[in-house]
Design a protein around this ligand. Sequence first.
Ligand SMILES: [Zn+2]
Length: 336
Amino acid sequence: MPNERPPAVDRLRTLPKAEVHAHLEGCFEPAVLEQWATQARVPMPRPREHLLEFEGLADFLHFLDWACGLASTRERLAELSYGYSRRLADGGAGYADVIVNPTHWRAWHGRLPDMIDAIDAGLSAAEQDGLPPVGLCVSLLRTQSSDAAIELVDALLALRHPRVVALSIDGNEAAAGRTGPRFAEAFRRAGAAGLRRTVHAGESSGPQGVRDAIELLGADRIDHGVRAIEDPDLVGLLVDRQIPLGVCPTSNLKLGVYPAIEDHPIDRLRRAGVVVSVNTDDPVLLGASLVGEYALCSQAFGWSDDVLRTLARNSIDASFANADVKARLAQALSSW
Ligand SMILES: [Zn+2]
């Protein structure tokens, strides 16, 4: 029951925080895509003002291929990466882990080092301009084979790029089925070599997906994880081990996981002692902003300043930022 007025959006912007669940593939601005399409003499699938109006999943995936295909040069991929950091600054975030899934980027297939280097160039330029630092989580796809997953991890470990902070896995678990066992070896290798591990589960999968993420993939963090609420023992496990969930309320509403924010379990999970944070998932494609996510929850659940501080603190602690960045953000938060 809301017990005070929702804090103004401007005030939420000043809340020191991090973002731990967003995809680079979800950051394509229609105006930028139009410009790239014109330069490449590639037709737009529809006019710019309707570009993000998808007619179902097949259309969405087709769009993703098209957009990732346009980001085929180092300059464009760097520009996209820079734009994400600027978006973070707009939302008052001081750090983020961003996910990129190489399987979507056909123009870069077979050139993983060049692809990471291009993203790094954009993120480094952003940092030099005073924008927030961003770590990269390189993602497997749920429908990949075990061999392809191990190949990617071995390539990452050979590269040891300082920008790469974690191994991730995303994709539709409802379509892929139970795949925890298939990816266990890839995640074991990543963990043994010191990469952090973040796993999409408990969105298109139920509680079993979250359990597999913990027990088979050694997840340091779960992306979504909200359907853990369906299994009280699993909620207990998340609390005992303090495994954080990177929750994306607007994404869950737009993709039909929950019908309305009032039905969303983020506040029940929080009150049960689970470490939750709020995030945008695919900010441009879903029309979500970090401040907007805080405002949405704050209004729906009547979050006090203390709750907002806890959520922001969770986002900082759950991030894979280095100790200096975490300490700086925690210090800023203590005086909010
Ligand atoms: Zn996601």
